[in-house]
Design a protein around this ligand. Structure first.
Ligand SMILES: [Zn+2]
Length: 456
């Protein structure tokens, strides 16, 4: 365990707003133990002149998919859709070993740290070998995710996913889905088996249901009644229009409507995507307290649609951001695309600012910090006493950042400087990114390159 440390931050974004000359005391366990305005009595401490903001939580990830990012941008003979992308993903799954999963996840997590994230929520459904063959340790691939997060130095909420069917009404899974499939008892045993490992490495354990397509209502109820994780509950819902049509055909109700009617949705839940909602569903989801898990770059890449964010926020809905398929890996890209989707739909500017004169960047950042921490099952968020010391230092040598003050800093970072404004990143009191480079970047890249060459 490291010694406690003090950092003098010249400009820092605290929950109450920007502050100057704040001494951040970080305890040996990596949490923030003190926040005081500098007094002359304090000396000999590291000084950070550049802007310091909290690292965000990334609330949705399928780490292995990073290996195929950019390779599905190829026109097929028919109308390409989410479903043709999914077939390409299944082909990748059939060729990846546990070692590959760990190497790809480690690379991804190092990239996410460089993009300004300090914590990842891994929605992990890749449990078995090709054809569904079980590994000797049923938690094999989950353990690879835990090790990847530890190796990269990112905080982790691990969500093993229950996945049993190909479509609504409990249909048999297809061959490509075999590596994802569990029975209810087998799934509950996996959750139990992971408890000590997650505790030992400081990871939060929660659960996920892949979607209403992949689990029957009875299976979902059985899992919810028996699970003891106490962690967050995530589910993909209403990502695709075809999913809405299929759900209507099966139940006479739309996916979000069905979920809210039939399941005990609360603050503990996170509805991933929730793209296709009526105005009534939007208001109801907001009122439920569930976090909307938005993944704007993936949703754009897969042609999903545009989340009704302005409407959802007007009902005090809580949202966070994730990178899902990892076609993008930065805070800036996700938040920018979230805002731009609303602008393109409405043909208006500044859609998600909290009010007249408010900074769009600041509103988006604060919202994603609150929703991200909730969806990750973390007790605290932002730079406050008791929270984990997860900090991002933006690069003051970048003229846009170096000349900005207050919320302009977020505007410059998120909208204008591309993705290279993140200079240093600390997670739990340890610097994992310095000068724009991950601490183990060379070794991580060497291993990752070998995996890509073999999978290509
Ligand atoms: Zn997803």
């Amino acid at each position: 365990m490291m010694a406690s440390q003090k950092l003098l931050c010249k400009q820092i974004l605290l929950p109450q707003g920007w502050a100057s000359d704040i001494v951040v005391t970080i305890a040996a366990d990596g949490t923030i133990a003190g926040l005081e305005t500098k007094s002359d009595a304090v000396s000999h401490m590291a000084e950070i002149a550049d802007p310091v903001v909290p690292a965000l939580q990334n609330l949705h990830s399928h780490a292995f998919q990073r290996a195929m990012a950019g390779l599905a941008e190829l026109a097929g003979s028919t109308d390409d859709s989410f479903w043709t992308w999914r077939d390409a993903m299944y082909r990748l799954v059939g060729r990846m070993s546990p070692d590959d999963i760990e190497i790809v996840a480690t690379k991804l997590y190092s990239e996410l740290l460089k993009g300004g994230f300090g914590h990842i929520v891994e929605f992990h459904y890749f449990h078995h070998a090709a054809g569904g063959r079980r590994y000797a340790n049923p938690a094999e691939t989950s353990m690879r995710i835990l090790r990847a997060a530890q190796g990269a130095g990112i905080g982790l909420t691990h969500l093993p996913v229950f996945y049993a069917h190909a479509g609504f009404g409990g249909t048999e899974p297809g061959e490509g889905q075999r590596p994802f499939i569990h029975g209810v008892d087998e799934y509950l045993a996996l959750l139990d088996a992971l408890r000590p490992d997650c505790d030992a490495m400081g990871a939060t354990l929660g659960l996920a249901i892949h979607s209403l397509r992949a689990a029957t209502p009875d299976e979902m109820r059985a899992i919810l009644a028996a699970e003891t994780t106490g962690g967050p509950i995530h589910i993909h819902v209403a990502e695709q229009e075809r999913e809405v049509e299929d759900c209507l055909a099966w139940s006479g109700r739309r996916p979000v409507e069905y979920l809210l009617d039939e399941m005990p949705v609360s603050e503990r839940w996170c509805a991933i995507h929730a793209t296709h909602m009526t105005t009534d569903e939007t208001a109801r989801l907001a009122r439920s307290g569930a976090v909307a898990g938005l993944c704007p770059a993936t949703e754009a890449n897969l042609g999903d649609g545009i989340f009704p964010a302005t409407d959802f926020v007007s009902h005090a809905g809580v949202f966070g951001i994730g990178t899902d398929s990892h076609i993008a890996t930065t805070v800036a890209e996700e938040l920018r695309l979230l805002e731009y989707g609303q602008r393109l739909r409405d043909r208006r500017r500044n859609r998600l600012a909290s009010g007249p004169g408010a900074s769009v960047g600041r509103t988006l950042f604060d919202a994603a910090l609150k929703g991200g921490a909730e969806a990750a099952g973390l007790r605290s968020n932002g730079i406050r006493i008791g929270a984990r010391a997860d900090l991002v230092v933006l690069d003051g040598n970048n003229p846009f950042i170096g000349t900005a003050t207050g919320d302009q800093i977020l505007g410059r970072w998120l909208f204008a400087t591309g993705n290279d404004a993140v200079r240093d990143v600390m997670v739990a009191g340890q610097w994992v990114v310095r000068g724009g480079h991950h601490r183990d970047e060379e070794a991580i890249d060497r291993d990752f390159r070998k995996v890509l060459q073999r999978l290509a």
